[in-house]
Design a protein around this ligand. Sequence first.
Ligand SMILES: *Cc1c(COP(=O)(O)O)cnc(C)c1O
Length: 364
Amino acid sequence: MNKQIQVTRSSMPPLEEYIEEIKSIWDSYWLTNMGTKHKQLEVKLSEYLNVPYISLFANGHLALENAIAAFNLEGEVITTPFTFASTTHAIVRNGLKPVFCDINPEDYTIDVDIIESLITENTCAIIPVHVFGNVCKVREIELIAEKYKLKVIYDAAHSFGVSYEGVGIGNYGDASMFSFHATKVFNTIEGGAVTFKDSFLKNKLDYIKNFGITGPETVKYVGGNAKMNEFQASMGLCNLRHIDEEINKRKLIVERYTSNLQGVKGIKLVRPQDGVNSNYSYFPVVFDGYEKTRDQVHKELKEHDIISRKYFYPLTNSFDCYVDKFNQGDTPVARYIGDRVLTLPLYADLDLVDVDRICEIIEG
Ligand SMILES: *Cc1c(COP(=O)(O)O)cnc(C)c1O
């Protein structure tokens, strides 16, 4: 009897290491509101991600919502529907209108050849997604943004530790959001961050995540509460010590999947991108003309107690809450991929024997 294999498993430091890390919290009586652990993690993360500025958040979604809010945007935002609910919701919850751009069929990021045709006088920003850690065409997006004076905020939730042409991925655009959710490559249990170059944004984000309070008797912004606490930051400090090892282990698993499934007729894998240092965050497989459908493979794996995920299906522009507003027919490539994609189990300690077993079930 094989144990159940989840699609992912949270990375955790040795218990003793975490206990050691949180001991000083009992001396300080300081549990949240930008304490010592929070400050340490900000420094360590800005070094690791190689970014000038970072602001930590309670979770990735609030990081994105607040990043959008910080730019005082109005009007339409060009984005993609092949993503987690968070990306689209963050736009809508800021009172902005998402305009859905299709994805390209190679790496499932925004199709840069379509963006300009969607720009109107109301367009204020582009929010592309480095989906599965695949890097968007950042240079082309930068040129379009300059030409039309648009802000660019990347959803880099999947891209912790990814670099492009030697530059940390959080340096592109006006801001990037990272998620440190339990299921992500690097976690702080729940958590997230915004990275950016403009020092003005540092103050603003730090204030708006704490009710907009700028001094003992002054409140300058209509902020909310989105602060990361000291226990989350401690988890981050521990997990960061092991991150390179974690990513290396993921690499071996991805290489094993690739060698097993590459060249199988009707199975499409994402080709490694030029100039990109990957974090091996997901292993998406597209069943296109394969002898079994995506749903069949999903079901067969489940019968063997192996959990895969239809990620991303459904598209965000087909969600019930947006039924009268958007149409997935506007993004045919996203729809095509969403109907055929499956992400296979992937986490640092996944056994290579299990990787082989998963591939045998798929091919069996
Ligand atoms: C995980 C995720 C988020 C949200 O992050 P949380 O930390 O879970 O709030 C946003 N966008 C994408 C693409 C994600 O995968």
